[in-house]
Write a protein that binds this ligand. Structure first.
Ligand code: SF4
Length: 79
């Protein structure tokens, strides 16, 4: 996936929804966003994009910023 290719966003289950859902104040309030991501067809592309670009805020691909940092650490360890 090219970083320039963000057409997957248009197919996201969050498309057209209130963006604030995906930028909760803390992880405990991320459940609504995660449930939407669970049903999303482009979840993998979304998560990989956020990991690659080191997105700092929000829920992407069903993962909060803290969870994405954990994924990055795990990948580094197993590389
Ligand atoms: S995985 Fe979640 S944040 Fe990403 S496009 Fe789908 S619904 Fe939106």
């Amino acid at each position: 996936m090219s970083l320039a290719d963000i057409t997957w966003r248009m197919r996201g289950a969050c498309h057209g929804l209130d963006p604030s859902i995906f930028f909760p104040d803390d992880d405990e309030q991320a459940d609504v966003a995660k449930e939407i991501c669970d049903e999303c067809d482009v979840r993998v592309a979304c998560l990989e994009y956020a990991l690659t670009t080191r997105e700092r805020d929000g829920v992407w691909g069903g993962a909060t910023e803290r969870e994405r940092r954990r994924i990055i650490r795990q990948r580094r360890r197993s590389a």
